[in-house]
Ligand binder design. Structure first.
Ligand code: CA
Length: 517
């Protein structure tokens, strides 16, 4: 043995000495293992149009941007099925909806199957989920769970903590962050951890924190250029009922009590839902709420035309949505500061994303679901200082499907062969990946809000969508028509492209074992 050591180069001997003392040299982190901690932060319905790292003109999100700046910003990240519960199931399993069983919001997630937290737990991690769960079945694979029931409430919300109801005082985004940081504090020195920190905000109906009730009052948000899209040539869009102009509710979305309504044409279908939320406020909080919205009540009384009402409701929607996003960004800043203060930033992977994108008036819509860009894409960024150098962006087509394999791979845990996503590890380290997917397969199922099920393929140039329940096809040339306003499926000069794309779509369906209609 001595002879062997004497034969080794001095540098290598120094290295051996260094690693044998590593637990002492690197303190707390190495006391456990060299495995990274993981904080997976997800918002609900946070549009990339409302993230300044994506060039938003609506709002500044300095804390979210910091994750991108110190890590990698995925500019073309997308989801495989743009609706809440299915996206969450895709993230937990690394599998498409038809494989994990959760095709729409009306299904119970089968928690008996293999999931990301279960694999982390099997590999010595402590696991937790705090915040919005929205998978209906009881969470499995978590040492600790403290979740909102179903959609949850914004004000003084009830949580279910490891099976027991608990009501917290305060604003939901702050409380989710408090509970998450408390859990980290209790567990960080015992084992590496995997925490899913899942916000409710800014999901409809966006109820802002009381401290931000006057934020953005100095702004007038312009209608997107395609707000008055007439949906010509696109049957599925003609059938939906998620337009800002006709389907927002005056009380639920705009926060205007109906007894002040001078315009008969406004929707007022949700008094009970709205009432349930604001009745959670204490009398003093309710006084602040009413005072904050008084000028809106007054303004609404002065509106005369339908167009004035539409613009008012758009403005009201944007203000409250962005107030919720502002609070989300503040709280992400708290998490990043916590990691800095505890010296944990280097060895902790931080992911930020939304469960899908969202329309902020583009095509005249709110909500998500369609394969069109605003809801197909999602904000996504990953920071891991010990794992890769920051300051990177990529236009690679990353997916929510890739989160599970990526987090396992970054943690040195083998990725199960049946996961359908790809590990982004080399993309994160090298900034590019030659063999990365060049096209994305999408499949949406839910029939609510007049939507029809559809699948499709997006390539670097085109998007082909089949709304199969109504047998309606759409083709977009994304270079000539990035806003997807002109369906060119039936134009003869594109027939060859249609047939090539249809073949590739079938190949993707075979690859992912999806049934073909
Ligand atoms: Ca959502």
């Amino acid at each position: 043995m001595d002879k062997f050591i004497h034969s080794l180069p001095l540098k290598f001997l120094c290295f051996l000495v260094a690693i044998s003392f590593a637990p002492v040299l690197y303190g707390q982190e190495s006391k456990i293992t060299n495995k990274p901690n993981i904080i997976f932060i997800m918002a609900d319905d946070h549009a990339y149009q409302a993230v300044s790292a994506y060039g938003s003109t609506l709002i500044k999100t300095p804390n979210i941007d910091r994750i991108a700046r110190e890590g990698m910003l995925m500019k073309e990240a997308a989801v495989t099925n743009s609706v809440c519960s299915p996206s969450r199931a895709v993230i937990l399993t690394g599998k498409y909806s038809h494989m994990n069983g959760m095709k729409d919001n009306g299904t119970y997630f089968n928690g008996k199957q293999q999931t990301l937290p279960k694999i982390f737990k099997q590999n010595g991690y402590r696991t937790a989920v705090v915040g919005k769960w929205h998978l209906f079945s009881t969470p499995t694979g978590f040492d600790y769970w403290n979740i909102l029931p179903d959609q949850g409430n914004y004000y003084n919300p009830k949580f279910i903590k490891n099976g027991k109801d608990t009501v917290y005082q305060g604003y939901v985004t702050d409380i989710i962050t408090d509970q998450a940081l408390n859990w980290i504090t209790k567990n960080k020195d015992e084992a590496p951890f995997f925490l899913m920190l899942q916000h409710k905000a800014p999901h409809r109906n966006a109820m802002p924190p009381l401290k931000y009730l006057s934020k953005f009052n100095d702004r007038i948000f312009p209608l997107p250029s395609n707000f008055y899209d007439d949906y010509s040539g696109r049957i599925a869009l003609q059938k939906q009922t998620i337009t800002m102009k006709d389907h927002l509710d005056i009380r639920y979305d705009s926060k205007i009590p109906c007894d002040t309504c001078p315009v008969n044409s406004v929707n007022n279908w949700a008094p009970a839902e709205f009432q349930r939320e604001i009745e959670r406020l204490s009398p003093e909080e309710r006084r602040i709420w009413d005072a904050g919205f008084q000028k809106e009540y007054d303004k609404f009384k002065t509106l005369k035309t339908k167009d004035e009402v539409v613009r008012f409701q758009f403005q009201r929607f944007m203000e409250d949505y962005l107030r919720c996003v502002n609070s989300l960004d503040d709280n992400i800043g708290r998490v990043l500061k916590y990691l800095d203060d505890k010296g944990m930033a280097e060895n902790t992977i931080v992911v930020y994303m939304s469960d899908q994108g969202f329309y902020l008036g583009e095509h005249g819509l709110y909500d998500k679901r369609f394969m069109y860009t605003e809801s197909f894409r999602t904000p996504m960024m990953i920071r891991y200082p010990n794992g890769f150098k920051g300051g990177k962006t990529t236009s690679a087509y990353t997916l929510n499907l890739d989160i599970a394999p990526t987090l396992l791979d970054l943690s040195g845990i083998p990725v199960p062969a049946d996961m359908q996503g790809e590990s982004m590890k080399h993309l994160l380290i090298n900034g590019k990946e030659k063999n990365w997917r060049k096209e994305v397969y999408y499949h949406y199922y839910e029939k609510s809000f007049g939507l029809t099920a559809h699948y499709g393929i997006k390539t670097t140039r085109y998007k082909l969508i089949h709304f199969y329940d109504i047998n309606s096809w759409e083709l977009y040339d994304l270079k000539k028509d990035p806003r997807e306003m002109k369906n060119i499926y039936n134009q003869p000069e594109y027939s060859l492209i249609v047939s090539e794309l249809a073949t590739r779509l079938k190949e993707l369906q075979n690859k992912y074992k999806d049934s073909i209609k």
